[in-house]
Design a protein around this ligand. Structure first.
Ligand SMILES: *Cc1c(COP(=O)(O)O)cnc(C)c1O
Length: 403
C-alpha cells in the first residue's frame, strides 16, 4: 500500500485532499486463524452430526480456556452478555450491584435484564477501571455485589476489591470481556472474585464469532451455571431448576479453538502494533496513549488515545473527524457512559449522580485500529496523520469550525 504524505493542512482529506487509505480501516476487525484448520474442524463436526449440546469441540474449548487462564472451571456460552446474566443468577444476587459506568452497555444491561439495579460507580482516571474508594461510597444495605470490568485488558485492582467484598459480605464478579490472556500481579485474569466472564465476540482478541465463558474456581457455582445454560436439564428427562439456553455451538467452538491455535501470533501482532503506535505517538502535547504495565501479561488488543483538548488544542471529536475522512474509522469507546444511556439516564437516582471522571474520560478517549488486519505500515501512516494534526492543531481546529 502507498500512503500519500500530508504537506499542508489542505492536504487533509477532511479539507478535500485524497484520503491516506483507499479502503476503510475498522476498529475491531476480527482476528482470523488458519482457515484450513478451521475448515477441517467444520468438516469433522459435520461428519459427527453433533452441532451443539456440549459437543467435543465445546468441551475442548472449555478445557483450553480454563488451562490458559489457570482456573478450575470454564462453562462456554453463546456470548458474554448471557454469561453475565447466568453468573449473577447462579450467585442468586438481588438488589443493587455496583458497576462502573465506563464500560460497554452490555455490562449494565445484563444486570438490569435480570431484575438487578446497576449502581454506577466512577473510575480511576489513569487505569479507567472501577475506583475502589467510589465502590465503598456506593455501598448501601441493598448492595449484594460488585461487578468490576477489566477495561482495555487492564485488570481492576482485584486485591482491594476482594478485601472490600469480604469485609462487606458482597459477591465479586468481573466482566473480563477485554482481558483474556492478561495478568494481575502475575496471575491470569479469570481467577479473581467469585466468577469472571470472557467474551469471544468477533471484535475481541480471541473470537468464536459469537461466544463467551463463565470461569470460576467454585465447583458448585460452575455446576449451577452449567445447568442454567441448558434449560436446567440435569440429565435426560430431568429438569431440576429454571434455566435458559446460553450454550455455545460446535461451530463457534471450532472457530474459538482455531483462534486459540493462533493465540501467540495474534498477541505478537497486537503487541507489535501497540509498540509502533507508542513509539510514533510519543511526546504529543495533550495526546497520551493508555499504557500497559510491561511486567504483566497483556493482550494489547486496544489502542486507546486520550486527547485533552485544553492542551492538545484540538478535541477528540475533531481528531475523529479528521481520521474518518482519511478512512481511519477510529471509535469513541465507550461514549457516553452507561449512565447517560436509557433506561438508566432518566432514572431519578442516576440523574442526580455525578460521575466526573467517567464523563471526562468518555469525552477524551479514541480507540485506533489494530489486530492482525493491519501492520506497521498502516500504523505508521495513521500515526503520521495524528502527528501532523497535533503539530498544526490550532489551524486544523479553526478550519474545522469554519473560522
Ligand atoms: C464485548 C463486551 C461485552 C459483551 O460481550 P458479548 O460476547 O458480545 O455479549 C460485555 N462487556 C464488555 C466490556 C464488552 O466489551
Amino acid at each position: 500500500m502507498k500512503f500519500r504524505p500530508k504537506g499542508s493542512v489542505s492536504d487533509l482529506a477532511v479539507f478535500g485532499g485524497p484520503p491516506v487509505f483507499s479502503e476503510p480501516l475498522h476498529v475491531g476487525r476480527p482476528n482470523i486463524g488458519d482457515r484450513g484448520v478451521l475448515l477441517k474442524r467444520m468438516n469433522e463436526l459435520l461428519d459427527r452430526r453433533w452441532l451443539t449440546n456440549n459437543g467435543p469441540l465445546v468441551q475442548e474449548f472449555e478445557e483450553r480456556i480454563a488451562e490458559l487462564s489457570g482456573v478450575k472451571h470454564c462453562v462456554a456460552t453463546c456470548n458474554a452478555t448471557a454469561a453475565l446474566e447466568v453468573a449473577v443468577r447462579a450467585l442468586d444476587l438481588r438488589g443493587e450491584i455496583i458497576v462502573p459506568a465506563f464500560t460497554f452497555i452490555a455490562t449494565a444491561h445484563a444486570l438490569r435484564w435480570q431484575g438487578l439495579t446497576p449502581v454506577f460507580c466512577d473510575i480511576d482516571p489513569t487505569t479507567h477501571t472501577i475506583d475502589p474508594a467510589e465502590v465503598l461510597r456506593n455501598v448501601t444495605p441493598r448492595t449484594t455485589g460488585i461487578l468490576g470490568v477489566h477495561l482495555w485488558g487492564r485488570p481492576c485492582d482485584a486485591d482491594v476489591l476482594t478485601d472490600i467484598a469480604r469485609a462487606r459480605g458482597l459477591a465479586l464478579l468481573f466482566d473480563a470481556s477485554h482481558a483474556f490472556w492478561c495478568s494481575y500481579k502475575g496471575r491470569m485474569v479469570g481467577q479473581f472474585g467469585d466468577v469472571e466472564v470472557f467474551s469471544f465476540h468477533a471484535t475481541k482478541c480471541i473470537n468464536s464469532g459469537e461466544g463467551g465463558a463463565i470461569v470460576t474456581n467454585d465447583g458448585e457455582l460452575a455446576r449451577r451455571a452449567r445447568l442454567m445454560i441448558n434449560f436446567g436439564f440435569d440429565g435426560f428427562d430431568r429438569v431440576t431448576s429454571i434455566g435458559i439456553n446460553a450454550k455455545m455451538s460446535e461451530m463457534a467452538a471450532a472457530m474459538g479453538l482455531t483462534s486459540l491455535d493462533s493465540l501467540h501470533d495474534f498477541m505478537d501482532a497486537a503487541h507489535g502494533n501497540y509498540k509502533t503506535y507508542e513509539c510514533e505517538l510519543e511526546d504529543l502535547p495533550g495526546i497520551r496513549m493508555l499504557a500497559h504495565d510491561p511486567s504483566e501479561r497483556s493482550n494489547y488488543h486496544y489502542v486507546v488515545l486520550e486527547i485533552d483538548e485544553a492542551v492538545a488544542q484540538i478535541g477528540r471529536d475533531e481528531v475523529q473527524r479528521v481520521l474518518w475522512a482519511e478512512n481511519v474509522l477510529a471509535r469513541r469507546y465507550f461514549y457516553p457512559g452507561c449512565h447517560r444511556h436509557e433506561p438508566y439516564a432518566s432514572d431519578g437516582r442516576v440523574r442526580e449522580q455525578r460521575l466526573p471522571v467517567t464523563d471526562t474520560v468518555a469525552a477524551r478517549v479514541l480507540c485506533l485500529p489494530t489486530g492482525t488486519a493491519i501492520g506497521p505500515d498502516e500504523v505508521g501512516a495513521i500515526c503520521r496523520v495524528i502527528r501532523f494534526v497535533a503539530d498544526r492543531a490550532p489551524e486544523v481546529q479553526a478550519r474545522l469550525r469554519g473560522v
